[in-house]
Design a protein around this ligand. Sequence first.
Ligand code: MTE
Ligand code: MOS
Length: 805
Amino acid sequence: MSSESNALADRPRSSVVGIEVPHESAALHVTGAALYTDDLVGRAPGVLHAWPVQVDHAHARITSISVDAALTVPGVVRVLTQADVPGINDAGVKEDEPLFPGEVCYVGHAVAWVLGESLEAARLGAAAVEVAVGPLPAIVTIEEAVAAASFQGTPRTISRGDVETGLATARHRFSGEIRIGGQEHFYLETQAALAEVDEAGQVFVQSSTQHPSETQEIVAHVLGVRSHDVTVQCLRMGGGFGGKEAQPHGLAAVAALGAVLTGRPVRLRLTRSQDMTMTGKRHPFHATWEVGFDDDARIVALRATLTADGGWSLDLSEPVLARALCHVDNAYWIPNIELHGRIVKTNKTSQTAFRGFGGPQGMAVLEDILGRVAPALGVPADELRRRNLYGDGQSTPYGQPVRHAERLTQIWDRALQTSTFEQRSAEVEAFNSAHPHRKRGIAITPVKFGISFNLTAFNQAGALVLVYKDGSVLINHGGTEMGQGLHTKMLQVAATALGLPLGLVRLAPTRTDKVPNTSATAASSGTDLNGGAVQDACRQIVDRLREVAAPLLGVAPPEVVLADGRVRAADGSAELSWYEVVAEAYMERVSLSAAGYYRTEGLHWDAVRMQGSPFKYFAYGAAVTEVEVDGFTGAYRTLRTDIVHDVGDSLSPLIDRGQVEGGFVQGAGWLTLEELRWDTSDGPARGRLATQAASTYKLPSFGEMPETFRVEFLERAHESGVIYGSKAVGEPPLMLAFSVREAIRQACAAFGPAGHCVDLSLPSTPEATFWALSEARTARAPDPPTSGSSGALDGIRATPVPAER
Ligand code: MTE
Ligand code: MOS
């Protein structure tokens, strides 16, 4: 380990990181004083309101758009159409996402925007715009797309070893398929932008965006101007969850275009149903698989084909697919493996980033396999999982060594211990034999999640640290705040690096004119990247202040220590205040500000061969969940969840705990409650999202929280080479929720004969659970597992593997 990374990871004796502090905006959040983008409307005199003209066809050619009637609506100021775009008519970076489309590609596609003096005027104006279309055939499901060869993007393959021989020689073989549902982000704050233009034509866009630099680039290319003509600011987001990584750009561009054309501020904020019908969601996936196990129930070989539903355009579908393929292994060693991935194009919203970014969908494939086949192998599911966990010296299918694999088993054993798994498994069995109509299930599942952007170039960040003459500090960094606590952590990092109390450091909103060329705040890497940059900037200033203080303290500069707002000689012989040293630096004309920069070392990734070490490290965790399922309705209650999760040395324990709890609940929502239903009929509503409101789309609420919820961090988990020894926490905990689904599977199995394999739909809603337990009830007892594969194959509803292929 280089001294550089030790300096990055080592904590000074007196440090503000690691202390439990509330979210920097907690008081503002709970009192309603926190400003979100759309709250700024009242501060923008003369503001115009934008409303989309949405077309209710899944697929259609636009033959004409007539705006005359709209312009006669009182209060309508202007209608924006394709003809108004001075630059490039595209909302993305793949040139397949026209901002003003010539073709309607999904139900609810916005083809024009109306600007009005009031929201109501704009709404009435949009209703008066006449769009004539010629309907085209629409593709709604993955199956239809595959049949029609409607693909987009580049298919990818990861492979290692000899799958053919592995499968052929495996003692137990199974095959099957799984459908994996999408997920609506349902951030509390819907997509929003507010744009204005100054006297020199400089465009300023406030946007609820996870990726201000890309929003800036796209606004600039739509307007046909340069990046320095556009500034994007993000105050904070009321949740992003990946849904504001690529989706805000076009909306910001519409607001900016309106502002440029009218000279007035333009505000655009989607209503909930507009947001749900217009913006991308988690990718639904379909997977087929064949797997082989040896006599000890160890995985010998896996072959799978994953098909992602990208929706009408690509945006982030390719990297989402890459991450999915890189996470099929989850925490398990698979010596022979072949994973194929492809993306279909459908007439639906353009599916996008969502917490985990394909990782959860990849993991779902193998977790589903293990949960399904365990009874056929005659091994308890927890034992099957434990036996296949990565061990020392093993590497992933894409060739990255699994460093700290021992943490997986440590975490696993700790989770079993704190949850008293063994004892409670016996209690569950006793409960189940005493209750014919209610059954309990308990399950443990692991998480291993790679941290860094797969694309190496994105793993860089910048920061700006300003020290004023009075000793107060203002920091700015490239990351955005969406509730995850990034700003809180950055304040703690800056205070630690400067040796100051937290109260002396203030943070300014994220802006592209402060830190340029930033990456999206995504891939859970916000803290690793921006923390490195903030620390770098602070260190430059500290080095200068050491030079200033050294002669005053009578020691050499390396002997000067900054801590607790004091500047001391290391031997304690002399001491100055921070304020004195800052004032002296100013008088000596020593710069008190610095731009910091960080890039993650040691990454390499071949995106074509799908080989390399794309991740700086892996985040690990495990969860034990117990549920109770009602045999009459399939409704379930989560009785208890115990989590052990690896956050390295936590930078901010309260924040990290919130991330673990929130991620877990969001994952449980995806896996067991939230169900996007699209109209797949041939009727006039074909392609329509039927679940476009909270009334029909079931989100997790307090009622679905585990009744007992215990979260513990892995101890002595210092991570060298990462900011102050910490690990990223934003996404990994979402995947701890597989324990809920697997516990439901166990409970369903308890309704049937011993050894019954449960095929459970995903999402495992109460309805799906009811079907699974009904099937268990009517199942006959399977034959006991034999050493050959065919006996086991009969045990689950799976297609037998042909002997030759
Ligand atoms: N937590 C809250 N409260 N709100 C969010 O929108 N987004 C998640 C996660 N946690 C999110 C959240 C996602 S998708 C990511 S990638 C990370 O936070 C991004 O922030 P980080 O890189 O600072 O962890
Ligand atoms: Mo998170 S899905 O990487 O924004």
